[in-house]
Design a protein. Sequence first.
Length: 100
Amino acid sequence: MESTDQQVMTVLAGVDSGIVYQQMVPAFANDNRFAIGTTCNNWGEFERTLEQLRPELLVTQASIAPSPDQLIKVLSRLNIWSGVAIVLINADEKTHPKFI
C-alpha cells in the first residue's frame, strides 16, 4: 500500500468482548489498509459511534442489537456515507427468539 492511500476507517463491535479483542482486533490491527476507529461493546455506544465516526467499514456481532429490526434500522444509515457492514451471527443466535 502506498503511503498516499487512505486507510479504511473501521469500527469493531460486539457484546462478546473476547471475540472483539481476540479475533476482530488482531485481524485488522496488523493490516495497514485499515484504521480501527474504535470498538463498541453495548448498543447505546454502538449507535452513538456510528453517527459520530461514520465508518467506512463496520464489523459487528448481530447480538449487540436489542432486536433484528433495530439492527437493520441502524445499519441502513450506513448508506448515507457509503459504509459497509459485516454482521457476524453466532450459531446459537440463528435460532434465538430475538433473531427469528
